[in-house]
Design a protein around this ligand. Structure first.
Ligand code: ADP
Ligand code: ZN
Ligand code: MG
Length: 491
């Protein structure tokens, strides 16, 4: 049987969260307003209305281009992409054809520890279309559609990858990375289920070792990272079945059906749109000065990959832990704030960063999932977390008590020290208090003592367990173990 290699290229659209729309001054927040209230002659596509370029949107796309290692064109222009559909008010979309703002970039992925570079062909400026909703009249049973023009003209940035992606998993990571970058830059909410982040996948296969690409299929209608992954996997399988049985893949656009888990043909190449692109006569070409670009470059925030590497070095974290912390800049900020409070206010050493990382990744994340509250929105402040780590490092409480305390702080917002008092969780490290408990436990367990005497050292562990039980887990186990061994040796 011939083995086939997947070849995948992604086209990703992201809505920008600028205050106003791309070519008019309407509010671009199209969701929190009654339908068709955020409209004007420009975005309604009325004849004679003249568009104006949104400077903030251009700044955003330059930020994106820089973050994706693209070159920023000094000269760029807008073009009309013509087609007719009820969601397209003007009958054309103002997009960019041959002179996009950003060209020739790349994104580095880390796949199972090895680095993989995906080329980016271009990033260009577009505008969103109106939103259609489809209904059925309850009386006549007839279908009808409503048009909400609020979304029309909202700035969209399209990013086109080179066909460098080789698996559904690489595609998924590429998308997650891009989403993270957009959020770090603060230019887009990049939310797939809200529609501010959309992806079309181009998929083909070729016999392993062959240089030429096979015929590609474009897949649409995926609404989550998971569905992109599933749609690509399905399509790779389907194409390989077609080729294996002697058939040929037809160039077409297919749609992903989430509930059936399959792709179906939407239109073939012959039915493809001819967009008749031509330069937009109502907008001047864009001239982007080198000065502006370097000004924007110097104001870019630290990007996810840089932050991840820095965290690994500075806090001695594994790549995995570091990426968990830096997947969201808000979690990363939370973590760093807590680390700095731990060292400045609680005077903890360098190792506390690792503990803070661990508690953030495990216990806090567990609570965050359980209550569906983001860590940084929860009642546990970075200060609380540092205080908790300090209580553990100073042996005021043990790790199991720490978990109880954290869960309580998460709910009440009380300071960890107060919670320890309130719940009486402080560890017993006082030797004389422990000493008397140890004496009782030893006298109640003569068998264990005999075992120990006959050389079974594990018997000491059993006795430690009995003391922990007697103190409801509040004894410091290493102190207890020391006292027990001392007693046993002198018996
Ligand atoms: P089109 O002319 O259909 O727009 P492009 O060449 O512009 O095609 O590419 C669109 C997207 O498809 C890009 O992301 C590109 O990487 C990807 N692509 C191009 N050829 C292939 C192929 N043979 N297999 C998979 N993806 C491809
Ligand atoms: Zn408008
Ligand atoms: Mg193309």
């Amino acid at each position: 049987m011939i083995k086939y290699e997947p070849v995948i290229g992604l086209e990703v659209h992201a809505q920008l969260k600028t205050a106003s729309k791309m070519y008019c001054s309407c509010n671009s927040d199209y969701q929190n307003a009654a339908p068709n209230t955020r409209v004007c002659p420009v975005c309604l596509g009325l004849p004679g209305a003249l568009p104006v370029i949104n400077r903030e949107a251009i700044k955003s796309i330059i930020m994106i281009g820089l973050a994706l290692n693209c070159s920023i064109s000094e000269y760029s222009k807008f073009d009309r992409k013509n087609y007719t559909y009820p969601d397209l008010m003007k009958g054309y979309q103002v997009s960019q054809y041959d002179l996009p703002v950003c060209l020739d970039g790349y994104m580095d992925l880390s796949i199972e520890g090895t680095s993989k570079r995906i080329g980016i062909e271009r990033v260009h400026m577009e505008e969103d279309v109106a939103k259609l909703s489809h209904h059925i009249d309850s009386v006549s049973g007839q279908g009808y559609s409503l048009v909400d023009v609020n979304r029309s003209g909202v700035p969209l940035v399209e990013m086109v990858s080179r066909p460098d992606i080789r698996s559904a998993e690489e595609a998924r990571q590429y998308l997650i990375n891009y989403q993270t970058i957009l959020r770090y830059l603060g230019v887009s909410t990049a939310n797939m289920d809200e529609g501010s982040f959309r992806c079309d996948a181009n998929v083909s296969i070729r016999p392993e070792g062959q240089k030429e690409f096979g015929t590609k299929v474009e897949i649409k209608n995926m609404n989550s990272f998971r569905s992109v992954f599933r749609a690509i996997e399905y399509e790779l399988e389907r194409q390989s079945d077609v080729l294996s049985s002697g058939g040929r893949v037809t160039q077409e656009t297919r749609g992903w059906l989430e509930d059936k888990g399959v792709t179906i043909s939407l239109r073939s190449k012959e039915e493809a749109n001819d967009y008749r692109y031509f330069p937009e006569p109502d907008l001047p070409p864009l001239s982007i000065s080198k000065n502006w670009v370097s000004e924007i470059a110097s104001s870019l925030p630290e990007l996810p990959s840089t932050k991840k590497t820095r965290f690994m070095k500075q806090y001695e974290l594994s790549e995995y832990d570091s990426s968990l912390l830096t997947n969201s800049y808000r979690i990363a900020d939370y973590f760093e704030k807590s680390v700095s409070i731990a060292s400045e206010e609680f005077e903890l050493g360098k190792n506390s960063a690792k503990s803070i990382a661990n508690w953030t990744i495990t216990e806090l994340t567990k609570l965050s999932n359980e209550y569906s509250i983001e860590i940084y929105d929860s009642k546990v402040t970075p200060n609380h977390l540092a205080e908790l780590i300090s209580l553990i490092e100073k042996n005021v409480i043990g790790t199991p008590q720490g978990k109880t305390v954290l869960a309580e702080v998460f709910v009440s917002g009380d300071a960890p020290t107060r919670v320890v008092e309130k719940l009486g969780l402080a560890q017993i490290s006082n030797s004389s208090e422990l000493d008397s408990i140890v004496i009782t436990v030893i006298s109640e367990n003569p068998n264990a003592v005999a075992d120990y005497k006959s050389g079974k050292e594990t018997a000491a562990k059993f006795l430690v367990g009995q003391v922990m039980k007697a103190t409801q887990g509040k004894a410091n186990p290493s102190v207890v173990s020391g006292i027990i061994v001392e007693h046993l040796k002198s018996m």
